[in-house]
Design a protein around this ligand. Sequence first.
Ligand code: GTP
Length: 409
Amino acid sequence: MSQPVINIGMVGHVDHGKTTLVSALSGVWTDTHSEELKRGISIRLGYADCTFYKCKNCDEPECYSSGKKCAACGSEDMEELRTVSFVDSPGHETLMATMLSGAAIMDGAVLVIAANETCPQPQTKEHLMALDIIGIKNVVIAQNKIDIVSREDAIKHYNQIKEFVKGTVAENAPIVPISAQQNINIDVLIKTIEEKIPTPKHDLDKPGIMQVARSFDVNRPGTPPQKLNGGVLGGTLSQGTFKIKDDIEIRPGRKVEFEGKTTWEPISTTVTRLVYGGDVVEEATPGGLLAAGTKLDPAMTKSDALAGQVAGKPGFLPPVWHKFVMKTQLLERVVGVSDESAIKPIATSEPLMLTIGTSTTIGVVSSARKGEAEVKLKRPVCAEVGSRIAISRRIGARWRLIGVGVLTS
Ligand SMILES: Nc1nc2c(ncn2[C@@H]2O[C@H](COP(=O)(O)OP(=O)(O)OP(=O)(O)O)[C@@H](O)[C@H]2O)c(=O)[nH]1
């Protein structure tokens, strides 16, 4: 498999078929954690790589495939288009923070909407809003489960989607009716993804910087790269390259408590292995999802302990912030709930959940003015000035997305 060049998110309401679709495309089932299997829902971000091909011998929509054989004419004379990493987000309302940190590494997204439920369902709305806030403009809509609705109901549902996306970032997004489970129209979906979600351009000359979205110990079941040892970082390079034997640092790093004082110390280590999909590579470039083996003790990386951190060439990482000022823009109404109440202004002393890159932290507002807030963070973040921030507020028992911020100072 070639190196993946783009991360595409699977987003949408719980049970609408995101994991089934990733599996139909890639042949890999991303729900591999025992708790996920028990509860039947995705809890963490799932990942799978998949190569797209186009048949050289026919020119029908069917000539797109994620296998090496054309489904239309049977030819094995296929042109390789690109390898895509899918980031499968959880659709449950309690897992919005996980979805948001996944969205930080998505270059485009497939919004999965099940045809057997009225549109929009709460997290269909909330996830689309999140894409908008994070700035993901290239969206394709998969109208899933068309195998269990009548043609008339599918058309009615299609029109509901059209109505729902009016005025949103997905207003002009193509809608592809599919069945992920029955493999219907997956070829058309691949063609649409190829046309509508272009590969972003990355700067390879800058020092390598990785947004860490997962971290694990190699013994976790389902971890693909058996060839790794030591603690593993999973994520994506936002710029530059990583090579084997590169020294890297990880920031904000590790929390150190000494004589009643808490500090955060960067972690230094060396890259020992780089794995894309199942392949070991010498050098990794931005775009797809990457697993980087390091010399770290696996105890430091297990259970996503380093998710949300930034890794890269020592001395070149963005600053670490313990507090910052952000410009804010709030939504008018709360989305993802039945009662869409108006959003009140941000108030001094209130806690907010802030997602910056793949990191999620709580920030207590130390001062708030219209369009601006200063926050003191419970856990520091490593981010550039100008980074976008998804802002959530606790409403009832859940954190709800209320707006977007930009880190200013
Ligand atoms: N009939 C039918 N069932 C489907 C289809 N796609 C998915 N399903 C079923 O819908 C259920 C939910 O599918 P998942 O893929 O787990 O949904 P999900 O969106 O990943 O769920 P979360 O990640 O937990 O939000 C499963 O029972 C699937 O078998 C489809 O195209 N047709």
